[in-house]
Ligand binder design. Sequence first.
Ligand code: PLP
Length: 469
Amino acid sequence: MTSPTYAPGVEAYMRRGEQMTAAEAAQRATMRAKKFDTIAVHGLYNMEAALANQGSIIEPGYLSTSQHFENSDHMEAALAYLMPSWTYARIANPTQHYLEETLALLEGYGYAGEVSATVAASGMAAIFMATNPFLMNDGTAGSNDHGPSRPNIVVSAKCYGGTFMLFSQRYAVERGIEVRWVRDPLDVTEWANQIDGNTRLLFGEMPSNPGLAVFDIAALAELAHGHGLPLIVDSTVATPALLRPLEHGADIVVQSLSKTMGSSGMAIAGAIIARHNLPSRVGPDELRANFALYVKLLPLRDHGPGLSPFSSLMILNDLRTLRSKIDHMSRSSEQVAAFLAQHPNVEAAHYPGLPAQAGHAVAQRYLWLADGADDYGKPVNRYGHLMAFTVKGGNLAARRVFDRFQMIWRATDLGRIKSVATIPAISTHQQQGESGRQLAQVPGNLIRLNVGAEHPADIIADLDQALAA
Ligand SMILES: *Cc1c(COP(=O)(O)O)cnc(C)c1O
């Protein structure tokens, strides 16, 4: 193999690129020393960047599809990834970049190592892009099938319906990848027993949607790393304001930014946030060295699920106040969950903060408000704003309660600043069928409730009148 040769003028752009990279690294180091809220408000966008953007104090929304180059040398350097540039908005974009840098700083908050982020068009796109690279043919099988070394993935069954469908249909049925479901994600032995020489990754949702199941991230990370495997954690329900899986040993975090991170509900978006130098049994060195960047520059470019710059701006705006919103909504949720848990028409309430919840001790170990001690004099547990409850009297009784809500919106949505509820068995978890719902433990009388930022007394009043009959 001969290394590519570039025109002589390209060299100067490589030098310029090195300066740009160094300046950004310095700004990253400056921001890593700041508190969570400061990072959320500013990200990497500083006064120097503002002065290069007409003085705009808010990150500009660059809606242009493509970048104009100074000359052919500049173009060649950019397209060969020899200098930071954005070229074409499917691959990169300045507004997207500000969001990625903010996300990497927030998920890396409290973690000593290097972290990078890549945004995608949805949470599902992020989950696909975070898992698919590990399913590549490793060269030991026939050219078109996975032959004797059929790869498998070990996955918590308590996961989002879309994730269940991606793994069970797109991967298992369409591509012959073996999906080994873990029924009780709290049981580390169940995970361990499913791993073999063909396992490519471990994947879990913490806490899970809609059942709020949890698992011990540090124990699973140790298990995964002992086998040279990456641990991927979907922590959409927690957000980095409550949980940062990377500091507990996870390798890749996936986020649906459409949810609490984008609580206004004006954009569908997702993200992959990964630590550098992660383990993998397959793939090139670049995949291990900086997984998020590898995905952005190669597979995401080729598969095409880039995030729109406009949506990037929407999410950036919501992120600035993430911590205080989550704190407020979590405190309201504790009241709402306590109300539901004691209601005579409620069979069971599921909320990680309830002492009776399976895994409450693990939730207590992992879910803390970032910088909570600065507000409350000591670290405080916060459990987020998602909960679920089963209604006594079966599926029809649950539907009647649901239909009586007067303020709580009926929608297949969560993470909202407005309270919203759904019946997962007929919405988010409808397609996976009865057996799939049994595996994920999603009964037909389960109502999932996202507690918004309204006054908790008004939310409880709406639940009270709906449950009364
Ligand atoms: C909604 C959701 C997803 C999928 O995100 P989209 O942005 O809707 O594609 C993934 N994981 C969890 C936990 C979710 O709640």
